[in-house]
Design a protein around this ligand. Sequence first.
Ligand SMILES: *Cc1c(COP(=O)(O)O)cnc(C)c1O
Length: 321
Amino acid sequence: MQLPTYPDVIAAALRLEGFAHQTPVFTSRTLNADTGAEVFIKCENLQRTGSFKFRGAFNALSRFDEQQRKAGVVAFSSGNHAQGIALAASLLGMPATIVMPADAPASKVTATRGYGASVVLYDRFTEDREQIGRTLAVEHGMTLIPPYDHPHILAGQGTAAKELLEFTGPLDALFVGLGGGGMLSGTALSTRALSPDCQLFGVEPEAGNDGQRSLRSGSIVHIDTPATIADGAQTQHLGNYTFPIIRDRVNDILTVSDAELVASMKFFMQRMKMVVEPTGCLGLAALRGMGDQFRGKRVGVIVTGGNVDFQNFATLIQEAS
Ligand SMILES: *Cc1c(COP(=O)(O)O)cnc(C)c1O
């Protein structure tokens, strides 16, 4: 198994040019005052399809050969990967089929269909999405692209940190949300190349700390689907590509509670005028939980996504007030 390296991230960035947004990097005086640090927020909630997943998806589909393009792509996803794949497939003129849980947020199902993909719904508690995806792939000759454990996916995700670090220069610390580790492993490749001494932290929901346990035990820990509002990080284990990269290049994996995620959602809304989904708040929630440990330092946070049902958003913010 050949693990991707930073040159793969550079190649992905070239493929994404003109297709993905170079998302803005925002600062907040309030946040700087609260933490004593100079904080740079990379806004992947403002990426096409509302999350960084478009980066990996477009990179992966760009590498299909003629035969693969004709048969198209199949993906299983609770949402953001689905939208990323759907838009990337439509831009590249190939068919896409997405296997989604029947209880996925309505906005995500609607958006995925809106990008032109066919959606196949399944029951998250009784059916195996990977099995459904594989069957579709075999029966129709489609190529299955997983949400994180794929070298072209993680190389694509690494382009967000590449943009951030090229903009800010070296950082002292960087906080990144963690599910299956596509984003964190790609970020690790860019960080070790562009800011080798930066402390790199992955951040998981407290209820699903398989990544933290994996890093500490040295092998991939599997857990049951965790109960958390961070629906983009309800993964059960890291991947065979993502884990070794994370193990060798990430300083630590931290956890935050759902209440801390909601507090950060509220912060983004009130102070920065941004809608950020619960999973997108992982990085900021961890930084805020560390008080002023980074006083005088330059710190990056990747906001990973902004796709949240309006009703759900309103309810969560209400509960926090
Ligand atoms: C997918 C996703 C994550 C987790 O990314 P991984 O590559 O699975 O670790 C974090 N935040 C958002 C918004 C996501 O969509």
